[in-house]
Design a protein around this ligand. Sequence first.
Ligand code: PLP
Length: 389
Amino acid sequence: MNRGKPIAYLDNAASSQKPTCVIDSLSDYYQRFNSNVHRGIYELAEDAESLYTNARKCIANYLSVENNEIIFVRGATEGLNLIANTLGRSQLKRGDVVILTEMEHHANIVPWQMICEQVGATIEVIPVLPDGSLDLEKLFNSLANGKARVLSICATSNTLGTVNPIKKITEEAHKHGIFVVVDGAQSMPHEKINLSESGCDFFVFSGHKVFGPMGIGVVFGKASILDILPPYQGGGDMIDQVSFEGTTFAPSPQRFEAGTPNVAGAIGLGRAIQYLSQLDMQEVQVHERKLLKEAQEQLHQIDGFKEYGTTANKAAVLSFTISSVHPHDVASILDAEGIAIRTGHHCCQPLMKSLGVEATARASFAFYNTPEETERFVKAVKKSVAILT
Ligand code: PLP
């Protein structure tokens, strides 16, 4: 419920709702298997270890990669920080360039800024065209200019819904020996991801956006690259031998998972991915995009309505403004109607600047949203326009 009305939850790009099986897997772990992993030789610890290991296997399997290529982290943000700090620290040097795009979330900007400052590298930003697609010509020119070492790019924009052609981009980047890091936070909930097909070197996502728990996420890294990277954080579990003379480190993924991990979170995420694997993601996409189209068709009739991101191939994310109406006011009226949407800069301040707005309202759909909810959303937006103009 929301404000006493049945909730129409259209803030899925921020975080998704959880299926019962995921919630149950968390309470099951805490009630029946709670113990630390990697340490105990008693049965309970072995059970916890095997649930944790199975979660990793399940995720690796879903993404078509190897188990030792899956690293558990807190979420996409920590994942991108891990990559910037390990790949960036070991592979970037003064004069190198990291390519980002104008549509990136702050999580895929700030860690690179921090590492570039440390090593003397610079950032080049690929612009977004008026329809919300990436300027691929500029991107390909930059990939070819001999300075870039890393490209870090979102698969799907959280604000525009734009789906970037990751496979094609990766192929082009690899021709020039550039590492490709993909922020998959917004693609995982909407499409079947096959990383051995996509070819990227790194891929990150957050559990809570893919129907899994908060505080858990994944970094995929190609084994051949992880093997040459230094550790991220130091501590227990990531070592081979420790002495005051020097320390040697465990192989991946342990090298990148210092300290007690979020065992329950990993198990819950494994369960969420199992749940996802039972959905037909093609059908999910058709359903979500149908909801988007229904909303678009009606909302575009409103005077002063503007949608940001209008490419044909876009995820079910609808960012909009209505002239002379503040997005927050629209969202407040929707809230009173039981409808949850997001307003603000969506952690994309550089993108907002290039769009020439401070904020947009954003509705984002998931597979469990319905045409009735979409209809209520449209009706409430129309009501907000009637009230506010
Ligand atoms: N990348 C994108 C494209 C996102 O949309 C988000 C969150 O909205 C993130 C990264 C950061 O995710 P988290 O806050 O779960 O780490």
